[in-house]
Design a binder for this molecule. Structure first.
Ligand SMILES: [Mg+2]
Length: 306
């Protein structure tokens, strides 16, 4: 069935996803602060506010702003927006700092992105961590979500796995948002099969997503053991795990974020990815959705977003 989504609905879906992404990022990064433990969160004790967001949210805000402005990704404009808005204290990795500095000082993005990691291009999480709202925006077409995710990824990530990570997350968010519009939750097997179908079958992210599907009824510890938890900060070691969590907890945002915190690893990024996908399905301030008190504790989003 094909249907029309009006611009306002697209933006509402993208903004709900961004709310989930940013709250996940901000809360997740609190577990790098000494004294905050996953056991506290499991017992319902939240860290003291405010929770500052990190690079994941800053870049995702640029993606959302680009869609609001143009309805699609203009790669040149997005590359410049990432470079000009990057605040150095937001936790960007060294590879991202270099690429963004090159772009800011006039190097064309294809050259800057290809130069990263001694000419291999980045297979880090940067493209995946910022893309869930884009997937929600294209809830009516997973192929459009995949193509636009690729465009948003390649301005900083030239490695095929870095791009595949973004495509996987965007397609997951598109399917989640589509399920919300249809009033029908996609089950874990269908969600993960839909994601795998959008990826190059020769790639490691694809293999990981298929493995995540096989593990969908196993424990969190088993999933971490088989898939990773983002501690290697590559798309291969982060995206399959995050989609396992999102597929498992698609109707329960707080449970999904608690799973990321319990799993450890690159928690701000895993919680940002998972939060962006799950909130595309649940929405905000409703049972199972992004809790209003979590959003109140999160640092406000940048003023330039509005
Ligand atoms: Mg971060």
């Amino acid at each position: 069935m094909s249907f029309t989504i009006f611009a306002d609905t697209r933006m509402a879906l993208a903004r709900d996803s961004l709310a989930g992404l940013s709250a996940g990022d901000a809360l997740g990064s609190q577990y790098f602060v000494p004294g905050n433990t996953p056991a506290d969160l499991a017992a319902g004790r939240l860290p003291a506010p405010p929770w500052s967001w990190t690079d994941d949210t800053e870049m995702a805000c640029s993606v959302v702003r680009a869609l609001d402005t143009a309805g699609e990704i203009d790669r040149d404009a997005l590359a410049l927006a990432f470079a000009e808005r990057a605040e150095p204290y937001r936790g960007y990795g060294p590879g991202a700092v270099t690429v963004l500095r090159l772009i800011r000082t006039g190097t064309p993005w294809p050259v800057a992105a290809a130069a990263a990691f001694e000419g291999q291009g980045s297979c880090g999480n940067g493209a995946a961590m910022r893309v869930a709202p884009l997937g929600a925006y294209f809830a009516d077409s997973t192929s459009r979500a995949a193509a636009q995710a690729r465009a948003s990824a390649e301005v900083t990530h030239a490695h095929p796995e870095g791009i595949a990570g973004a495509v996987a997350v965007a397609v997951a968010a598109a399917l989640a948002a589509r399920g919300r519009l249809d009033g029908q939750r996609p089950d874990a097997a269908r969600l993960l099969a839909g994601v795998a179908g959008a990826l190059d079958p020769g790639g490691e992210v694809h293999r990981g997503v298929r493995r995540a599907a096989d593990l969908r009824d196993r424990s969190l510890a088993e999933a971490v053991d088989a898939l990773g938890n983002g501690s290697r900060v590559t798309a291969q070691d982060t995206v399959p795990f995050t989609l396992w969590v999102a597929a498992r907890h698609l109707a329960d945002y707080p449970a999904a974020i608690r799973a990321c915190v319990e799993a450890g690893g690159d928690v701000d990024t895993t919680a940002a990815i998972v939060g962006g996908v799950v909130a595309a399905y649940t929405g905000v301030g409703v049972p199972g959705g992004v809790p209003a008190d979590w959003l109140a504790a999160r640092e406000p989003l940048p003023a330039w977003l509005d």
